[in-house]
Design a protein around this ligand. Structure first.
Ligand SMILES: Cc1cc2nc3c(=O)[nH]c(=O)nc-3n(C[C@H](O)[C@H](O)[C@H](O)COP(=O)(O)OP(=O)(O)OC[C@H]3O[C@@H](n4cnc5c(N)ncnc54)[C@H](O)[C@@H]3O)c2cc1C
Length: 403
């Protein structure tokens, strides 16, 4: 809750924003501009995501003002982006580029990223490095003004749509594993990059294996210093957890709990006292999670995401799975039917598809973006200050580690 003074400040900002949007619309009438031109102009005017910094598609305003901007634009039928097309670009690549990229890199990539002309993917996980991400083996070797990349990534969501990839690669095998990593932006449309679909339990193939065979990355696409990859990767991961756990304001009973309550209202004949007790408990947990995520978003307006985002993501995953489990039980024999096993290559999971899909897809929630076990470790160490996990390999060069 905002106190009186803060609420008055917020109202002033809202009024200023409305005025700015109206002035922008007067200068850029949506009916007279091509969609892409309108979106480009919107980004340049700081009316992309209002919480992005000035000069980067935003105005440095609280995230809570984004719906005000969107309502003003929708009222005149102005085009908007479909953020679901570029979840990794918007949720992870943009904050990473804003925090760690050079001015040239920001100018090159941020606008087409925000307008979703260029889709992004995240090339972190490997067959031998997921939770232990710093153990990754994909090598980048310098060659003139380029780096030559060879290795394999896995579980790469959207690689089949991506123009650019956020790549974490090993540039020095002779130092302890965290110190030998460098962060790049790699062009996914080049020889030496092969993307193969991986089909998941839902029948879809949201993600892929990606093979690099002497693919090239110009040094100009390196984000931050050589050896600084771990630091930059952490900026991406903190934003990923916030993006998964609490990215946007949701209304009461929106999201997976909304599917459950709708089913409850629609089918009185399926109700039992036991299912009612479970639903009430889930409803209360969903509401606590929603309000906690709102508080986190307000804290974020004032700074970078910290380890607290891990808690939001942990809660989101457990809750989604429990709600999806309740729905399957509530639907009885019907709940065991699955709608369609066709392999799709969707860019975003459509949770509205049905309870069977939700049950299977939410299983991935406690793995993607860091497993629940790893998030508990982060919360224990960095939020609660408990003793860290013993790490025997801390000072050993990566190449000397057993694999
Ligand atoms: C839907 C989906 C989308 C994904 N998209 C991407 C993507 O776009 N890009 C990308 O790079 N990756 C992506 N991933 C991969 C994801 O980040 C990894 O799967 C995850 O980090 C876990 O790594 P792993 O699969 O290698 O499991 P492992 O690290 O091998 O873990 C196996 C099990 O051991 C547990 N464990 C491991 N270490 C510890 C420890 N220290 N303490 C306690 N328990 C531990 C884990 O919690 C887990 O239960 C995606 C995954 C999913 C499910």
């Amino acid at each position: 809750m905002l106190n009186d003074e803060a609420a008055a400040g917020h109202a002033d900002l809202e009024a200023e924003l409305r005025e700015r949007v109206r002035a922008f619309l007067a200068e850029h009438p949506p009916a007279q501009l091509a969609r892409q031109d309108f979106l480009n102009a919107r980004f340049d005017a700081g009316l992309g995501y209002v919480h992005y910094p000035q000069g980067h598609g935003g105005l440095g305003l609280p995230r809570s003002l984004q719906p005000v901007l969107e309502a003003e634009l929708a009222a005149v039928g102005a085009p908007d982006i479909d953020g679901r097309l570029n979840v990794i670009g918007l949720g992870m690549a943009a904050p990473t580029l804003i925090a760690c990229g050079s001015a040239e890199q920001q100018a090159r990539w941020l606008r087409p990223l925000w307008t979703c002309e260029e889709i992004w993917c995240q090339l972190f996980s490997e067959p031998g490095a997921g939770s232990d991400l710093a153990g990754l083996a994909t090598r980048a070797v310098p060659d003139g003004d380029d780096w030559v990349v060879s290795g394999q990534k896995v579980w790469t969501s959207l690689a089949h749509r991506a123009r650019w990839g956020l790549l974490l690669a090993r540039t020095d095998p002779d130092v302890p594993k965290h110190a030998g990593l460098t962060y790049f932006v790699i062009d996914m449309h080049q020889p030496g990059v092969e993307v193969r679909p991986l089909r998941q339990a839902t029948g879809e193939a949201e993600f892929n294996e990606v093979f690099f065979t002497e693919a090239r990355v110009p040094d100009a696409n390196r984000i931050a210093g050589i050896g600084d990859g771990w630091k930059v990767a952490n900026a991406t991961l903190m934003n990923e957890r916030v993006a998964i756990g609490s990215s946007r304001a949701v209304a009461r009973e929106e999201g997976t709990i909304g599917f459950a309550t709708a089913a409850w209202r629609q089918h009185p004949e399926r109700r039992t006292p036991e299912l009612q007790q479970r639903l009430l408990a889930l409803w209360a947990r969903a509401e606590v999670a929603r309000l906690a995520a709102e508080r986190l978003r307000q804290q974020l307006a004032a700074g970078e995401p910290g380890p607290e985002g891990s808690a939001a993501k942990l809660v989101f995953a457990l809750l989604n799975q429990d709600i999806a489990g309740w729905e399957v039980d509530f639907n009885g024999a019907e709940g065991l039917r699955y709608d369609d096993w066709t392999m799709r290559r969707d860019s975003s999971s459509d949770y509205a598809r049905g309870p069977g899909f939700r049950y299977l897809r939410t299983k991935g929630n406690s793995i993607e973006g860091g497993t629940s076990e790893i998030l508990r470790n982060i919360i224990a160490e960095r939020v609660l200050g408990l003793p860290p996990e013993p790490r025997a390999d801390k000072d050993i060069a990566w190449k000397d580690l057993p694999r």
